[in-house]
Design a binder for this molecule. Sequence first.
Ligand SMILES: O=C[C@H](O)[C@H](O)[C@H](O)COP(=O)(O)O
Length: 231
Amino acid sequence: MSDATSLKRKAAEAAFAELEEGMNIGIGTGSTAEAFVRVLSEHVAAGFAITGVATSERTEALCRELGVSTKTLDELPILDVTVDGADEVDHDLRLIKGGGGALLREKIVAFSSARMIVIADSSKKVQTLGAFPLPIEVNGFGLTSTFMAIRRLTETLGLEGEIVLRKSGDKPFITDGGHLILDASFGRIPDPEALSAALATIPGIVEHGLFLNLASMAILAGPDGIEMLNA
Ligand SMILES: O=C[C@H](O)[C@H](O)[C@H](O)COP(=O)(O)O
């Protein structure tokens, strides 16, 4: 197991320790969330009862393959906890998510959960969000207009940098919801709340990858052990 893989597994094991039998849980997307599904599946195989709501088709397929039972969010609209990865975490538990394109369902599921536990290797902890390009999920209709509105509004906040349409091979990347993603490389986002509020005014934006006031705990696994951040 590579160092990064073993750190993800350690974070996933620590998140499992926060769960109780019988809980209804949101299950995130990405390589760290996948490590969590693997840990979970081992406990399920040993008789631990839990029901999950997956945040992506990819996670749903993995749960099915590994024997973790899932329901839809409509069947289980109130969740005890969501466990998910992140692309960046700051000291106030503000996150950038969506590197894997699952931000919309991830945010809906996290919002439906009493708690959100973020799991990551310690490299994801940052002083200021923004080195990781911010994913912005947009409707395909009026893409150019939406792009220009994002550019205009972010410039008024002093944010500059490349904004590119995410591709999968030579085609646009399409999310599980059938939308497109623009990745905005701002470098630094000194005021995530102001940016989030500004983006919310643009109708073509479906959702963005700033997760503010959602995470209640972050479990960061590093070479020297586990660091827990609590809201
Ligand atoms: O859309 C994907 C998610 O937000 C992931 O949780 C995030 O990109 C982190 O992924 P990973 O654990 O693979 O670094």
